[in-house]
Design a protein around this ligand. Structure first.
Ligand code: FAD
Length: 536
């Protein structure tokens, strides 16, 4: 198999044209090209008067070595590396009980899937409900402002990623990413996530995907329990011996994967009490910004803005303030909605999601400024959580104490004045609703000033970003974990037998990297222990 990169097609060309382009590029006859499949597809919109689709294609040809020799100086023609995931050899240490995984977000689900595929029959415990019941509770919160502290946008089957844009982009370079994408496709995600440069799934499809992953784990001998919150760890002589579920049921367990996400504040407190070593970690806070999607399409694609092959446009912007802090856009959701993502009563938290079609009126993105432990006001391991809580509670008060979010027009935020004139051309999508206020009252002053510097700079990079009617909604505090659970080279915490994984542990940021970290931890576990004979 050879990998051919840098193949450009204009927007008017068809993917069926790839075959002829390949024949010409490789200087071979039709009969020599046995098979070709797209490995990657991206959009090159750097020259906006001439937008291309750029392909990397894997080809099966006769006489591959001759073709390689003929193109020895062409960096676009190379052998295709193997994409097959290799399971690790099981270790020799015996297990007294089956492995337990806390959390069914991407980290927990993928740790569970790998362990199930290799015969360990894991038990997965999830504090929230299964995805169908969870959807009803989340909808109730968005419609009526009734927050369920145990089942919400952060907690429940599929974890924080279920109600999301389902963007599957990641900065990590790891062959396990391919394994994750393939399993997602097997569970119902669209096949194009295997090759799209910026793949995304959307909440509507993700709900089916997480359900199918659960069913596959069960089919392979695992067990998944919902509304099963781990409320305590049983630790003896520095090693985990078991768990307490819902403050009532004890489960013996010598091997526990902790995939709790970044919002399980009560669980972090319990871990701290059980002497699990944790350190505060930098993250970012800010607001969501909403523009008309059409404005973003026009800014990014100009006259091609409505081209069917391009879809709704995205953006990613960054600014480094002379004062040392950075502002950046994050988790941009084309054609999506801003969502109420609180998990703790008395706090307002924003985030963004979309359905697969990404056909909403507005584009939204987080607009964040970095904060570090030096900002938290204490060196306590959980000081970052207290810091988040402080701004979430202020946002709750400002919004009217009913989970309506504080919001402000961009023009008024920049001019440091209240938005008394009401809304303009952008209708905010956040439910249950927004209250127009001065956002500076629920953000640290340095975050406000860096955002005020950054927005005009972003407008220089992408015309229209500083649209006066754009709506800012706050507060976005859960950009990544405020805590890191320390782990050694075997990926084990200070309490032996406890394996932190994913975003909450501080080792991932996003669906794919959390899933990959779950796989890494499953590999660390299976390379040490052998599956139990009867798996019970
Ligand atoms: P989580 O997904 O947070 O899962 C942790 C799970 O553990 C939860 O289900 C929780 O209920 C459970 N749990 C916690 N404590 C306990 C306990 N004591 N007992 C039992 N269970 C427990 N990332 C992207 O890459 N692309 C996106 O488009 C994207 N959009 C997002 C949109 C929203 C609205 C949100 C909230 C997040 C989004 N993210 C996105 C981030 C992404 O969802 C997370 O990075 C990812 O889910 C982290 O995975 P995880 O498995 O580490 O933790």
């Amino acid at each position: 198999m050879l990998r051919i990169s840098g193949i450009k097609l204009s927007l008017d060309q068809d993917e069926r044209d790839l075959k002829n382009v390949l024949l010409t590029k490789l200087k071979i006859k039709e009969g020599e090209l046995k098979k070709h499949q797209i490995f990657k597809r991206s959009v090159d919109a750097r020259k906006r008067e001439n937008i291309y689709l750029v392909y990397t294609v894997d080809v099966e040809v006769s006489n591959a070595h001759k073709i390689l020799a003929r193109h020895a100086r062409d960096i676009d023609v190379a052998p295709a590396p193997s994409l097959t995931y290799e399971y690790v050899e099981p270790g020799k240490s015996p297990l007294e009980n089956r492995p337990v995984i806390i959390g069914t977000g991407p980290a927990g689900l993928f740790a569970g899937l790998i362990l199930a595929q290799t015969g360990y029959r894991p038990l997965l415990l999830e504090r929230g409900a299964d995805v169908d019941r969870r959807t009803k509770r989340v909808e109730d919160f968005w419609a009526q402002g009734r927050l369920d502290g145990e089942c919400n946008v952060q907690f429940g089957e599929g974890g924080a990623g279920t109600f999301s844009d389902g963007k599957l982009t990641t900065l990590i370079r790891d062959l396990r990413c391919r394994k994750v994408l393939e399993e997602l496709v097997r569970a119902g995600a669209p096949e194009e996530i295997l090759y799209a440069h910026k793949p995304h799934v959307g909440t509507d499809i993700l709900k089916t995907v997480v359900k199918n992953l659960r069913q596959e784990i069960i089919r392979l001998g695992g067990e998944v329990r919902f509304q099963a919150k781990v409320t305590d760890l049983l630790v003896e002589q520095g090693a985990v011996k078991g768990l307490v579920v819902n403050e009532s049921e004890s489960i013996a367990a010598g091997l526990v994967i902790l995939a709790i996400g970044h919002s399980a504040r009560d669980t972090f407190a319990m871990l701290h009490n059980r002497k699990v070593v944790m350190t505060p970690k930098a993250f970012s806070i800010g607001v969501r910004i909403e523009h008309p999607q059409q404005l973003i399409n026009a800014a990014q694609y100009r006259e091609f803005a409505r081209h069917e092959k391009l879809g709704p446009a995205e953006y990613k912007l960054a600014y480094h303030s002379p004062g040392g802090r950075s502002a950046y856009t994050f988790c941009m959701c084309p054609g999506g909605t801003v969502v109420a993502a609180a998990s703790e009563k008395g706090g307002v938290v924003t985030n963004g999601m979309s359905i697969h079609a990404r056909n909403g009126e507005n584009a939204n993105s987080a607009l964040l400024v970095s904060v570090t432990p030096a900002d938290f006001g204490s060196s306590h391991p959980l000081s970052g959580i207290e810091f988040q809580r402080r701004w979430e509670r202020l946002a709750f008060e400002l919004g009217g104490k009913n989970y309506h979010a504080p919001a402000q027009l961009l023009r008024d935020f920049l001019a440091d004045q209240s938005s008394c004139s009401g809304l303009g051309q952008v209708q905010p999508s956040y439910r249950p609703g927004v209250t127009m206020v001065e956002l500076k009252k629920c953000l640290p002053p340095y975050v406000v000033s860096v955002l005020r510097e950054a927005i005009p700079e972003f407008d220089k990079k992408m015309k229209g970003f500083a649209l006066p009617d754009a709506v800012l909604t706050g507060v976005e505090t859960r950009s990544s974990s405020p805590v890191r659970i320390e782990r050694n080279e075997r990926r084990e915490a200070s309490v032996l037998g406890l394996y932190p994984a994913g975003e909450g542990a501080g080792y991932a940021g996003g669906i794919i990297s959390a899933a990959v970290d779950g796989i890494r931890v499953a590999e660390a576990v299976s390379s040490q222990y052998k599956p139990m004979e009867d798996g019970a």
